[in-house]
Design a protein around this ligand. Structure first.
Ligand code: SAM
Length: 306
């Protein structure tokens, strides 16, 4: 049952979806509890500029997500199908920003009844790889900092607006491109990037952290903020909410963790996919079936006539 704040539990097909303000179990928080934070300097825009960085990035920046996505692909597809049906989203004319090298949103996650999907991406190498993999897809070069389209029904991103250091400017462009009643949908299914975080923390008046929990060189999964571990997934969720609230012609409909819970035939174990973190955990021997929990952050806003 969904309550007034839009959180709760919904039955969907043979599964259940938990919609929560914060994840009941944020697995990055669990990871951080086992780690020692390291000192770091919160460097902003990647050199020489954000635009140049993303235009020239290697394709492995997005192909690397595939390994864990493939392990739970049927669940990711089901969760996105849930999003379209639960929020009753348009099924025609979609513009996607930041589709990467695999075009995963269109190629794999798109509910099949959703048609006329245009992908826009800033990185020519990623575009070439995407066209090679998905010859029938419509993919063009462009940036969410300068959106030329108007009167759009639905603008979407899959783990792509987290790359914007100026999230508010990108959302401003989205708002200008939507028709009144049109939607912006962002699905974050991998750990958010770092670039939006500094601007958001500064705007929110949060002192820039000097300690981070590092997953790989310069790759934070969270920080110490006000003496407490804070995951980059929660910071991203807050940054998205704040960027949308800045735009008076956008109404935020949801900005929550969505977790699909399924029991599946197979050996007895628990599988967790939490924004691209994949874990296999043992279950008690008398547990009936395999339990799989798949989590992403879903942000949905609608343009209103004000
Ligand atoms: C984390 S990747 C996600 C790619 C893909 N959506 C996926 O989930 O596999 C972020 C993508 O956003 C693209 N990107 C970065 N800045 C952009 C901009 N200003 N406009 C459009 N795309 C951008 C990057 O090149 C990259 O392909």
């Amino acid at each position: 049952m969904i309550n007034k704040s839009g959180t709760g539990l919904v039955a969907f097909e043979d599964a259940s979806v938990f919609i929560q303000q914060r994840a009941v179990r944020n697995w990055y928080d669990e990871l951080m509890r086992q780690m020692v934070p390291v000192s770091f300097d919160f460097v902003q825009t990647p050199a020489p500029s954000e635009a140049a960085f993303f235009r020239n990035q290697g394709i492995e920046a997005t192909t690397s997500f595939e390994r864990n996505r493939k392990r739970v692909e049927t669940s990711l597809i089901k969760l996105v199908r849930f999003v379209w049906s639960h929020y009753n989203l348009p099924r025609r004319r979609v513009v996607e920003y930041g589709s990467g090298a695999t075009g995963y949103f269109d190629a794999v996650l798109r509910p099949r009844e959703v048609q006329e999907w245009l992908q826009v991406e800033t990185n020519p190498l990623a575009i070439a790889e995407n066209r090679r993999r998905n010859p029938a897809a419509q993919v063009v070069e462009g940036t969410y900092y300068d959106i030329p389209y108007r009167d759009e029904e639905l603008i979407v991103g899959l783990s792509s607006f987290d790359t914007a250091s100026n999230l508010s400017a990108a959302i401003h462009q989205v708002a200008g491109a939507l028709r009144p009643g049109g939607y912006f949908l962002h699905v974050q299914d991998v750990r958010p990037g770092v670039h939006f975080q500094r601007e958001y923390l500064k705007k929110a008046g949060i002192p820039l952290p000097t300690k981070m929990f590092e997953a790989g060189k310069g790759n934070p999964i969270g920080y110490i903020i006000n003496g407490q571990p804070s995951s980059s997934t929660d910071i991203f969720q807050d940054a998205m909410g704040a960027a949308i609230h800045e735009h008076h012609d956008l109404e935020l409909l949801t900005n929550r963790y969505h977790t699909l819970v399924e029991f599946q035939p197979g050996d007895v174990r628990q599988e967790v996919y939490f924004l691209n973190l994949y874990l296999e955990l043992g279950l008690p021997p008398n547990a009936p079936q395999r339990l799989r929990e798949t989590t992403m952050i879903v942000t949905l806003a609608q343009k209103v006539d004000r």
